[in-house]
Design a protein around this ligand. Structure first.
Ligand SMILES: Cc1cc2nc3c(=O)[nH]c(=O)nc-3n(C[C@H](O)[C@H](O)[C@H](O)COP(=O)(O)OP(=O)(O)OC[C@H]3O[C@@H](n4cnc5c(N)ncnc54)[C@H](O)[C@@H]3O)c2cc1C
Length: 392
């Protein structure tokens, strides 16, 4: 495998790195401490990044975007996440949502979303799958039970579907201008065979954004409940065919898994770099702490895990870019490994920073809080392991 980047990839990586260092880090620091995450949505920075080309980066050229491949997307997500993962997530979540849409929607439906998306630097998209009683179940295709999977119902009435139920933890639920909603259209079969996708353009009668969840980390990246009470969606907004959303979604799962992986990698890299810098400057026992063997060993272990995770991520991304004919468990194994690397690196970064590591004036405590969010995004480690095991 050739690890050299193209000129375009180096240029967009450098642009993302500069934006992250010069604008995201200083611009977002204060938002994280606001009591309500809703106050903290950094619209100006999101708009600025869109104008630099990040929101349109992954949109295929045939729809007017930059058509960046998966490796380029991962590289950019790593850079932006090393600045502020919440802002990076806005773009990468939009890309993931658009790939999901393109996998199941008709051409006409895609064209109802993409032009508006490209014109509006603040455009956000939500994906509504998780519910209070169905989380991991939505990713594990249990065939033996009808009680797993989405329970929000969509019942056909005339030329409409009527939706009732609640979605939970939906990213950018209050900010989204477009949403894809998963709803059960047939309860007599397992969810994988009885669930459909719907387009929703808020505001809409019968649809309401519920509470904002107050998280410990990634506080600028909000999650809301979505409430459906006799919400009528026209049949023209059914995505693809009834009951077939699961099949369509499967084709883009690996892209979503790598999206979360590269977010994790960006946070891990920042934690490592901040620790290295601190260890070079902090003097104890008459010398920089990096010269104390236990500290330099820790830093080497952090570096090794970071590089191993990145190597696997690039390899997984290249396998998708080269036609996806590679091992299906690769992306899932990469995400599990990278999230574990992130926890190791963030934890030891807090240690290397000593008492200052837990002080809010220093960067480590936020990185540590952000790190644990990655356990649950892009599927949990257990779900990714179960799915990878089934491909052994
Ligand atoms: C920051 C953030 C953003 C999110 N954004 C979105 C979004 O935009 N849209 C959306 O739809 N959802 C979103 N989610 C929800 C996310 O997808 C779920 O939290 C995740 O799928 C886990 O579901 P759960 O929280 O219900 O946990 P559960 O499924 O209840 O899992 C609890 C624990 O049990 C384990 N477990 C569950 N089933 C099994 C099993 N069969 N075998 C072994 N272990 C198992 C899990 O791995 C986990 O450790 C978001 C979550 C977070 C934290």
């Amino acid at each position: 495998m050739d690890f050299s980047l193209t000129e375009e990839q180096r240029a967009i990586r450098d642009l993302a790195r500069t934006f992250a260092r010069e604008e995201l880090i200083p611009g977002c620091a204060g938002f994280d401490r606001l009591p309500d995450g809703a106050d903290a949505f950094p619209w100006e920075l999101v708009e600025r990044g869109s104008k630099l080309g990040f929101n349109a980066l992954a949109v295929p050229e045939k729809y007017g975007g930059s058509g960046a491949n998966v490796l380029t997307q991962c590289i950019v997500i790593e850079e932006l996440s090393a600045g502020e993962p919440a802002v990076s997530k806005v773009y990468s979540h939009n890309w993931k949502a658009l790939f999901g849409l393109m996998a199941i929607a008709s051409e006409e439906q895609v064209k109802r979303v993409v032009p508006g998306f490209l014109e509006d630097p603040r455009y956000c998209i939500s994906i509504g799958i998780t519910e209070p009683n169905s989380g991991s179940d939505n990713s594990l295709p249990f065939s033996g039970t009808l009680s797993a999977g989405p329970m929000l119902t969509a019942v056909r009435k005339g030329s409409d579907y009527v939706l009732n139920g609640t979605k939970q933890f939906i990213a950018m639920g209050a900010q989204a201008k477009f949403m894809t909603i998963y709803a059960r259209t047939d309860r007599s079969v397992p969810w994988t065979e009885g669930t459909s996708g719907f387009m929703l353009f808020p505001p809409k009668d019968g649809f309401e954004v519920g509470r904002l969840h107050d998280k410990v980390g990634l506080r600028l990246y909000p999650q809301h409940d979505l409430l459906f009470n006799d919400c009528r969606i026209p049949e023209s907004d059914l995505l693809g065919k009834e009951n077939e959303v699961h099949e369509g979604r499967r084709s883009v799962t690996n892209i979503g898994t790598l999206e979360a992986t590269s977010t994790a990698l960006g946070i891990a890299r920042r934690a490592y770099e901040e620790s290295l810098e601190y260890a070079r400057n902090r003097v104890q026992g008459g010398k920089p702490i990096i010269e104390h063997h236990l500290i330099s060993s820790l830093l080497l272990e952090m570096f090794t895990r970071l590089e191993a995770s990145r190597t696997m991520m690039w390899r997984s991304a290249c396998s998708i870019d080269n036609g996806g004919n590679d091992d299906p468990k690769l992306a899932r194994a990469t995400k599990v490994m990278t999230v574990e690397s992130l926890q190791y690196i963030a934890r030891h970064a807090v240690e290397i920073w000593g008492g200052m590591g837990v002080m809010k004036e220093a960067p480590m405590e936020k990185l540590y809080r952000d790190a644990i969010q990655l356990f649950h995004m892009g599927n949990t480690n257990q779900v990714n392991m179960l799915k990878a095991i089934s491909d052994l």
